[in-house]
Write a protein that binds this ligand. Sequence first.
Ligand code: GLP
Length: 245
Amino acid sequence: MKIYVTENYEQMSKKAAGIVAANIQLKPDCVLGLATGSSPVGLYKELIAACDRGDLDFSQVRTVNLDEYAGLAPTHDQSYRYFMQKNLFDHINIKRENTNVPNGLAEDYEAECARYDKLIREEMGGIDIQVLGMGHNGHIAFNEPSDTFASGTNVVTLTESTINANARFFESRDDVPRQALSMGIGDIMRARMIVMVVSGAEKADAVKAAFEGPITPQMPASILQVHPNVVVVGDKAAMSKLSVK
Ligand code: GLP
């Protein structure tokens, strides 16, 4: 695991975007795993700017997003499909048909999870580079603290902590969906490279537990300790409790 500590959110975003951009340049038809939340927004802004300058070409890139809220339409302004359109896809030269987000309106969620896994594993040949954020409780994608690590895409019930953290994006806490469709830990761990962005003092305890604590499904991000190719880019507030400086 490589850990980069940056001065602030902006520097974190630039550093992480540089790593992602280099990988797209090396493999223009790469499969890019994408995340939502406030952590990667700056990274996406940097990728948009690089595309505007003509330094990055997304015409052959295929993407697969980590997760989607159950019950939200793609047009709902808090759906992750909508988030990706507004924060990245609408501003770069990617083909809409090359972008994938789980279908939050699927009639049969189990079948949708199976379809998504098949898409990632068989049709896309796995993920080349996965962008990740981390929840306050150490969740990655929507894999919440649990007794086991989920392997494939699954329907998850959000914890109170996650509902509270994400309520800021909705009109009221009651509007936050209670379930989501999320790539599993196994899907994420099979990505050939992982770039995590983490920012802010409120993540410092989770960062410490995830990267210097025991590997346990109660701290889902801790599994990244055994991935062979992980880069964590965090601002100094998020990384402040790590004993390795
Ligand atoms: C959501 C997403 C995660 C994300 C997390 C942290 O729960 N499902 O993929 O990492 O939020 O979000 P933020 O970056 O806003 O702290």
